[in-house]
Design a protein around this ligand. Structure first.
Ligand SMILES: O=C(O)[C@H](O)[C@@H](O)[C@H](O)[C@H](O)COP(=O)(O)O
Ligand code: SF4
Length: 640
């Protein structure tokens, strides 16, 4: 099937836009490569330190400077149910790589924050920045420079993006991502949401709420809604950074263990020491990034990827923006309905056909680039498969994904999608540019025009809700939630209250320079408003009572205020000191001061360029030119 013309044109535009930075990136990648094993560049003392604690057999292999060494970078901790299973993975990996004549070394751990534990709490104000801290921790692990390939153990929201950003700064090394899989299905997500709304109405108490939550989140593995964590899994599959179909195999099962061993062997086999060298910097190219955007859209994936994918692309020297998402969204059909976009969870999705089914349908529909490089080599078709245990429960065999969906209520063929478009759109107007995911919003709620109610915090909003002041039509303008203000926390805790008001027949919407969770859904929300207020964004001029129009169909985000009144408005201010101290927030001041706009990924790292500088704070390079990818560069482009 010929490629869809919009896929072609958006890809061509991204390649052209990225030429300078992608060129600089690939130059850096080539410069990092050495003849022989990377550890051969170390002095004897460095090397001795690097294998001092290793068993004799591995030490000998490392000393000989011939066999590849595979770095293990792991985001294991007990806080994330999704990461808890990683505890035993390093031993499996070390054992598996010996089978192919390599050595594996636990290079380093990275932090991992559970957004479920911190949702609605002060800790959530570190969450977005934890992505870049994870990228930095990955670099610290790999900076030992003992390694010829790497496996990355991570699943959740900021962790996979952070690991991949870090991995891309070592783009000369192959990268294999190793997931741990979803927890088994507990209380359904829709049942869970219902109990939350009843609690918000005061109809059930804490005991019932905690019981419901505990039945939903009941064991090891990723939470089973299609939020950012499971969106990460879909993206790793479509970018060819997982072994095919590894995403949604349950933890602590024989197949999960065999997949982990097979992933470790693959990482060793594709190092520069083999004739199948596949560095991650060549796997993640413009076509892979476009494939990731398409997979996100077709599955109604997390809005957080309109930040994370931008930051990941940037790490590889590739510049994407929300116009790219918006144009692709108009032609990419919705092929899955997984909560919050439906009632099913990822276990149902996997059973109905899973990631291999989606990739095949999109390839057949001309909506994915097949001519990409993955950890298996050339071509994406190899990822249209599903893994099964091999003979006598040893190893893994892959079979073609099923031709037909196992459940049309969860997964559809491209010939009969749930909707002709992907449902994550750009909305823009005199309030700035924002993202709106409507795949979980009923059509009758996708346009809201109502008076503004302005809040400076989610606590203020909840106070007004509990005081019964919100039983009306309104657009909640929640401001000072951008990355420079308070780290851009997810505002998912507002969902039950907004959903109750919507269910009661009120026309409500949310507009904010903050974010929602990947699991947020049914209430229309224009989020990530750029520029944020602290960067002079016009959201700071909105006052209570202004009529605000948010419309997904026309892509509109505007305050209907008479032009001379609007022009005369002062920019709102707020006391943000409470957001700069406590719960460790004082350690992240440098992130708040140098973070880029949401549409540039809300990241603190510069685009690869011959003279890398920190964007945000310094929009000019040492000789006074505007730094590509800086705020100034970005806003200049948007004005042009
Ligand atoms: O982007 C996401 O998917 C969220 O960050 C998710 O990881 C988080 O845990 C939410 O809190 C949803 O879970 P709850 O509805 O249980 O809060
Ligand atoms: S999916 Fe969210 S809530 Fe669940 S373990 Fe991951 S970060 Fe925590």
């Amino acid at each position: 099937m010929a490629l869809h013309p919009v896929l072609e044109s958006v890809t061509a535009r991204i390649i052209a836009r990225s030429k300078p930075s992608r060129g600089a990136y690939l130059a850096h990648l080539d410069a990092a490569r050495v003849k022989g094993v990377q550890r051969g560049t170390l002095a004897c003392t460095n090397l001795a330190h690097g294998f001092a604690a290793f068993p004799a057999n591995d030490k000998l292999s490392l000393k000989e400077l011939k066999k590849p060494s595979v770095a293990i970078v792991s985001a294991y901790n007990d806080m994330l149910s999704a990461h808890q299973p990683f505890e035993g993975f390093p031993a499996l990996i070390k054992d598996a790589v010996r089978e192919v004549g390599a050595v594996a070394q636990f290079a380093g751990g990275t932090p991992a924050m559970c957004d479920g534990v911190t949702q609605g709490q002060p800790g959530m104000e570190l969450s977005l920045f934890s992505r870049d801290a994870i990228a930095m921790s990955t670099a610290i692990a790999l900076s030992h420079n003992m390694f010829d390939s790497a496996v990355y153990l991570g699943v959740c929201d900021k962790i996979v993006p952070g690991l991949l950003i870090g991995a891309l700064h070592f783009g000369h090394l192959p990268a294999v991502f190793v997931p741990a899989g979803p927890m088994t299905t507990g209380l359904s997500n829709s049942e869970k949401a219902k109990i939350r709304q009843l609690y918000a109405q005061g109809k059930v108490g804490r005991a019932e709420l905690l019981e419901g939550e505990s039945q939903s989140y009941h064991g090891a593995g990723t939470c089973t809604f299609y939020g950012t964590a499971n969106s990460n899994q879909m993206l790793m599959e479509v970018m060819g950074l997982h072994l095919p179909g590894a995403a949604f195999i349950t933890p602590n099962t024989p197949l999960r263990a065999e997949l982990t061993r097979a992933a470790a062997r693959r990482a060793a086999v594709i190092s520069a020491q083999s004739d199948e060298y596949l560095p991650v910097g060549h796997v993640v190219d413009e076509k892979a990034i476009v494939n990731a955007i398409v997979a996100l859209l077709t599955t109604g994936g997390s809005t957080n990827h309109t930040l994370h994918l931008v930051a990941i692309a940037k790490a590889a020297g590739i510049v994407i923006d929300w116009d790219d998402f918006d144009e692709l969204s108009k032609v990419v059909p919705l092929l899955t309905r997984i909560y919050p976009n439906g009632n099913a969870d990822v276990n149902h999705f996997h059973a109905a056909g899973g990631t291999g089914f989606v990739i095949r349908e999109l390839l057949d529909g001309g909506l994915l680039h097949d001519d990409v490089t993955t950890i298996l080599g050339k071509g994406l078709r190899a990822h249209c498969t599903e893994p099964f245990l091999g003979e006598n429960g040893q190893g893994v065999v892959w079979k073609a994904a099923p031709e037909q969906s196992g459940d049309e209520a969860v997964l559809r063929k491209i010939t009969a999608p749930f909707s002709p478009d992907g449902g994550t759109v750009l909305v823009k107007g005199n309030l700035g540019r924002a993202v709106m995911k409507v795949s979980a919003v009923k059509p009758e709620h996708q346009t809201v025009e109502a008076p503004a109610l302005v809040f400076n915090s989610q606590e203020d909003f909840m106070e007004a809700y509990k005081a019964g002041q919100l039983d009306r039509d309104f657009v909640a303008v929640l401001r000072f939630q951008g990355p420079r203000a308070n780290g851009m926390p997810e505002l998912h805790a507002l969902t039950p209250a907004l959903a109750n008001l919507q269910d009661a027949g009120r026309h409500v919407a949310l507009v904010t320079d903050g974010r929602m969770s990947g699991a947020s859904g049914k209430v229309p929300a224009a989020i990530h408003v750029s520029p944020e207020i602290l960067a002079g964004g016009p959201l700071g001029r909105v006052r209570d009572g202004d009529i605000i129009r948010v419309c997904a169909r026309t892509g509109t985000l505007e305050a209907k205020v008479e032009a001379s009144v609007w022009a005369a408005r002062e920019q709102a201010t707020a006391d943000l000191t409470p957001n700069s101290v406590g719960m460790g927030r004082e350690l992240f001041a440098m992130f708040r001061h140098s973070v880029s706009e949401a549409e540039q990924g809300a990241t603190t790292f510069p685009l690869p360029s011959p003279i890398p500088t920190v964007v945000g704070l310094h929009d000019k390079d040492p000789v006074g030119n505007t730094v590509p990818g800086s705020d100034e560069d970005f806003s200049m482009k948007k004005e042009a």
